[in-house]
Design a protein. Structure first.
Length: 396
């Protein structure tokens, strides 16, 4: 191992268009979604011998369905890469895709790898129902079936009830704690859709989004170009009768995949390409599970401190919008951050939140935005169910 950490570069980043629940991508297995972005990513760098890829890291939050046999390794095989290329799957729920990037970058930084792929995948449409094994053989009664699409299931009875509330109720609790009303949430959601629609119209995603084989989907499926304040205001609260969190100011359920090519200096020379960005510092933190939405607040501060930066140094920020309430709660704790640089091409309320893929999606988005600007410092961050926050700084 080298005495010093190696620089880690993002050479390229791709993602699928994000499909809605039961929508255009629902007929595609998650291992095929992962294989598709892996194949597309490698194909965009013809100068790189795929056999040089030391490892493939993929995030996935479910792992209970068709992606159950280490989806990273399945993607390698399905993508037609050499069988000598290994793969590992990581799970930090909503942060899984970014965790994959951090683990891949760490392997390169310490000299365990020179070239790696990191990404994430989720098919919430195809997430299965599961039935736990009975406590005794041959039970005569009914058995409960659980959906693995999202959230808590088969909860350990030793967990305090306040920790295991539904994610939407957690968003309501965050809205209560930070004084975020319905109007502010709806306005934030409207802006997310407008920014995403404008970015697609301007071709800003053309160099980032790759098609899914056999699927006619050319744009993120959940963006509502024509939504209005009045339309959002008509939606009823989902989690409380008198609440503020609606389907309109929350991220939807989604399908999609994303992948990034990471290298050290030697690997970069082998690609023959100019990198999009360089990986900087990262941080992960914990918080009370029911207030998971505020998880990124401390993680961002720690990551910036490690990088020797502060909020005023940032040129672009991708903050995953699990709920408008939680995104606004985080932004309210960062008074030194210019809100105009946050999610400039739309966020998850409009684009979608395929759990295991989102961290890789927003990391790739920051890298592409820094490359388009030519220089700068960027930040990607997510809240995570069960009370965590994850943040990553990138430089160019």
């Amino acid at each position: 191992m080298s005495d010093r950490l190696r620089d880690v570069y993002v050479v390229d980043a791709v993602r699928t268009p994000i499909g809605k629940y039961g929508g255009a991508l629902s007929g595609v297995r998650p291992d095929d979604l992962a294989a598709g972005v892996l194949r597309a990513l490698v194909g965009r760098t013809p100068g790189l011998d795929p056999a040089r890829i030391d490892d493939v890291f993929f995030g996935n939050a479910n792992g209970a369905g068709e992606e159950n046999r280490d989806v990273a390794r399945m993607a390698v095989l399905l993508a037609g890469l050499p069988v000598t290329v290994p793969g590992t799957t990581v799970n930090r729920l909503c942060g899984s895709g970014m965790e994959a990037v951090i683990q891949a970058a760490r392997a390169i930084a310490v000299g365990d790898a020179s070239v790696a792929v990191a990404g994430g995948v989720e098919s919430m449409s195809r997430a299965p129902w599961v039935v736990p094994k009975p406590e005794r053989a041959l039970p005569a009664g009914h058995q409960q079936m659980y959906s693995t699409t999202l959230g808590w299931r088969m909860v350990n009875p030793r967990m305090p009830e306040e920790w295991t509330v539904a994610l939407g109720e957690g968003a309501e609790l965050v809205a209560d704690r930070y004084g975020i009303d319905r109007a502010a949430q709806d306005a934030f959601a409207l802006a997310s859709h407008q920014k995403a629609a404008r970015a697609w119209q301007q071709g800003l995603y053309d160099g980032e989004v790759v098609p899914v084989d056999g699927v006619d989907l050319t744009r993120d499926e959940c963006i509502r170009d024509t939504t209005t304040p009045a339309a959002l205001a008509k939606l009823k609260p989902v989690f409380r009768k008198d609440g503020t969190v609606t389907a309109g100011n929350s991220s939807p359920l989604n399908d999609g995949a994303a992948a990034l090519l990471l290298t050290d200096e030697d690997g970069l020379r082998a690609t023959g390409r100019e990198p999009l960005a360089r990986i900087g510092a990262s941080a992960v933190t914990g918080i009370e599970p029911q207030y998971f939405g505020a998880g990124p607040v401390e993680a961002v501060q720690r990551a910036l401190k490690k990088a020797g930066r502060d909020l005023a140094d940032l040129h672009t920020v991708e903050l995953n919008e699990a709920f408008a309430a939680q995104a606004l709660a985080c932004l309210g704790q960062w008074p030194g951050l210019d809100p105009q640089i946050v999610n400039p091409r739309g966020g998850a309320v409009a684009i979608g939140h395929p759990l295991g893929a989102s961290g890789a999606r927003i990391t790739g988005a920051v890298a592409h935005q820094l490359a388009a600007a030519g220089s700068g410092t960027g930040l990607a961050a997510l809240c995570i169910g069960v009370g965590q926050g994850l943040a990553l700084v990138l430089e160019r």
